[in-house]
Design a protein around this ligand. Structure first.
Ligand code: NAP
Length: 269
């Protein structure tokens, strides 16, 4: 039986890259998205084709706005009805402010939007999925505590270097990502006794639609040495880190932050 992953925001960008990587590793997938139905359908189609020969990957699409409680419930119900199990939750969906506004001018409306999508959504989706994973661990023999396998349930959250880097033209994004970074130590602590490991992946500057509008600025910064590894990151870079977790290559690590940022986080002199 293929392991199953639910990836939020898998229609485009980093989430799509993670979906393709997991399909190659033999995972069945729930491809979540908010608005771009065509992109989500394309990801699912590409995942089904990307599966290893004979692996017979199933990738099913489910629209749900993760900031909305009823949608989160519908998403989990969909995964349960479609696959009956879950082995990996990837909290990836997230948004940047619609307009980058100075800290002294930015609106409460934008703050609420980012907190709702980037923090409240993954926080309570994780709660729902964790409850289901615990039920699965209790009921299923292949998810027993001592098993080292892809079937041992895991949770991964995609945060950002913005969790600790001050950008005064998108303060609400930084605050949201800093808050999101508390999700992993909390759930890692609470779920360890159930055999569920929890990880944070902290990407740096990754080439996606989100960074499209600031491409030239980041081109310059990277050329000027912002990151020791002097290039843009790609969705595949982030996906490889998720893949290592999905393969259960970090069985004695939980609550860990994995930086996928070309060394951005290193203090240098
Ligand atoms: P992206 O290209 O803009 O894609 C965002 C994805 O999230 C899309 O699939 C989108 O669905 C989905 N989404 C947005 N709001 C949603 C909601 N309310 N409910 C469900 N899905 C929703 O962004 P990305 O660059 O891949 O970013 C993915 C994650 O990585 C985000 O959490 C972001 O903060 C983080 N990150 C990105 C970078 C970077 O440099 N790009 C760096 C660090 C961290 P639709 O297609 O339907 O709109």
């Amino acid at each position: 039986m293929n392991p199953v992953a639910l990836i939020t925001g898998a229609s485009r960008g980093i989430g799509r890259g993670i979906a393709l990587e997991l399909a190659q590793l033999g995972y069945d997938l729930v491809v979540n998205y908010a608005r771009d139905t065509a992109a989500a359908g394309q990801t699912a189609k590409d995942c089904a084709a990307a599966g290893r020969k004979g692996a017979n990957i199933r990738a099913e699409v489910c629209q749900a706005d993760i900031s909305v409680s009823a949608d989160r419930k519908r998403l989990v119900d969909f995964a349960e009805a479609t696959f009956g199990r879950i082995d990996l939750l990837v909290n990836n969906a997230g948004v940047a402010p619609t307009t980058r506004a100075d800290l002294l001018d930015a609106s409460e409306e934008s703050f609420d939007r980012l907190i709702n999508i980037n923090v409240k959504g993954p926080y309570f989706l994780t709660q729902l999925v964790a409850q289901w994973m615990i039920r699965g661990v209790k009921n299923g023999s292949d998810t027993a505590l001592t098993t080292t396998s892809v079937h041992r349930p895991k949770i991964v959250t995609i945060s950002s270097v913005s969790a600790y880097t001050a950008s005064v033209n998108r303060g609400e994004y930084c605050v949201a990502k800093a808050a999101l970074s508390m999700l992993t130590p909390l759930y890692a602590t609470r779920l360890a006794g159930h055999g569920i490991n929890v990880y944070e992946i902290r990407p740096g500057i990754i080439a996606t639609d989100m960074t499209g509008p600031v491409k030239e600025k980041y081109d310059r910064l990277i050329a000027d040495g912002l990151t020791p590894i002097q290039r843009w990151g790609t969705p595949e870079d982030v996906a490889k880190a998720v893949g290592a977790i999905a393969l259960d290559l970090l069985p004695f690590s939980t609550g860990e932050v994995i930086n996928v940022d070309g060394g951005f986080h290193l203090r240098r002199l």
